[in-house]
Design a protein around this ligand. Structure first.
Ligand code: AVI
Length: 335
């Protein structure tokens, strides 16, 4: 998962400058709010993306392993829901590890359309996929998948199947998740199907361990946000004076990540001074955990009919398939 990718080189492009201005505005605005917060999408600079890759391999972080396991064991069943000549559209593609499993199991897929804001990465992944799937059209689209974008002309008449693995949907607020599902329906169009990976509610010990790994990689991932702010926004956060806090909030059905200030202190960011009380936190991420029924209800409200759901043997993670109904999904005011 890569949120903001910036081109190399000495002179930033106008687009890069806009991204940096938005980053500064989001961070300063979030740190001046109460409670303090910074959007989770800013975790994913180059270091953050590498740290996230390491998280997915941690013994305590079960989601990736569970999802890959379900994909492998249920690939043939999932494949049955994918029509002949389909275009598989992956939202926020990153590395295509999970898509590869579906592509192998469903040779009827005629085109793979990875969509990600990091064009460089999906082009690289596409180049690696093509020789392994010579009959497949690989058509990367560089776009922020939460915004409007057009599918390639070549797949305009193909049946569209969306793919949104990784429980990235859990990093949206529930109303945003519903809005995203409706948005996916509008992008994919009539007759579309959608395959979503979602992390399920489970005992707090399992969740707390997954976000507080013994090796400290999740803590490093969380604190890297302050490093990034220091580097890119002229911040002067002392990383030794903040601590990673993560816990399951059962009432809200989410794992919250925070950076807690270890003392009363001040920090500068983009020319602004921000004050912290001892123990005050910056809320950096929510990772919502769903029941299969709750996600199905959310999807129904966004115009999708649940077709099938698969879970692993522990019921830790689920992959759910949906079909777009004929009723048009509600139009988002922001679009
Ligand atoms: C990307 N996303 C689904 C991860 C999650 O579990 O919410 C991000 C993450 N944060 C801490 N560990 C992993």
């Amino acid at each position: 998962m890569v949120a903001l990718a910036r081109s190399q080189g000495s002179q930033p492009s106008a687009e890069d400058q806009d991204d940096q201005d938005l980053f500064a505005a989001d961070v300063v605005g979030g740190l001046q709010a109460s409670p303090k917060r910074v959007p989770a999408k800013y975790f994913y600079d180059d270091t953050g993306s590498l740290l996230f890759e390491r998280i997915t391999d941690l013994p305590e972080y079960y989601p990736t392993r569970c999802e890959m396991g379900i994909l492998r064991t249920q690939a043939a069943e999932i494949s049955k829901l994918i029509p002949q000549g389909a275009a598989l559209v992956e939202f926020g593609a990153g590395a295509s590890k999970k898509a590869r499993i579906l592509l192998k199991a469903a040779p009827q897929i005629a085109a793979y359309v990875p969509v990600d804001i990091c064009g460089e990465m999906i082009e690289r992944e596409a180049a690696e996929l093509r020789p392994d799937f010579p009959a497949l059209k690989v058509l990367p689209v560089t776009a922020d998948f939460t915004q409007s974008f057009a599918l390639p002309e070549e797949v305009s008449t193909a049946p569209h199947v969306g793919f949104f693995p990784g429980s990235t949907i859990g990093n949206f607020e529930p109303h945003e998740a519903a809005a995203f599902l409706a948005h996916a329906g509008r992008i994919l169009g009539p007759g579309a199907r959608l395959i979503v990976g979602v992390d399920l509610i489970k005992p707090a010990e399992v969740l707390n361990a997954a976000y507080n790994d013994k090796a400290g990689v999740t803590a490093e991932f969380n604190l890297n946000l302050l490093k990034r702010i220091n580097r890119e926004l002229g911040g002067n956060f002392n990383l030794d004076c903040f601590e990673h806090h993560a816990f399951f909030n059962r009432e809200r059905s989410r794992v919250e990540m925070h950076l807690a200030s270890l003392k009363k202190q001040k920090a500068k960011v983009a020319g602004e001074t921000v004050e912290f009380r001892a123990g005050e936190t910056i809320h950096t991420e929510n990772s919502y955990k769903y029941s299969t029924e709750k996600l199905a209800a959310l999807a129904r409200g966004a115009g999708w009919r649940p077709l099938k759901a698969w879970t692993d043997e522990n019921n830790y993670f689920s992959i759910q398939a949906f079909e777009l109904t004929d009723e048009p999904p509600p139009v988002r005011a922001a679009e």
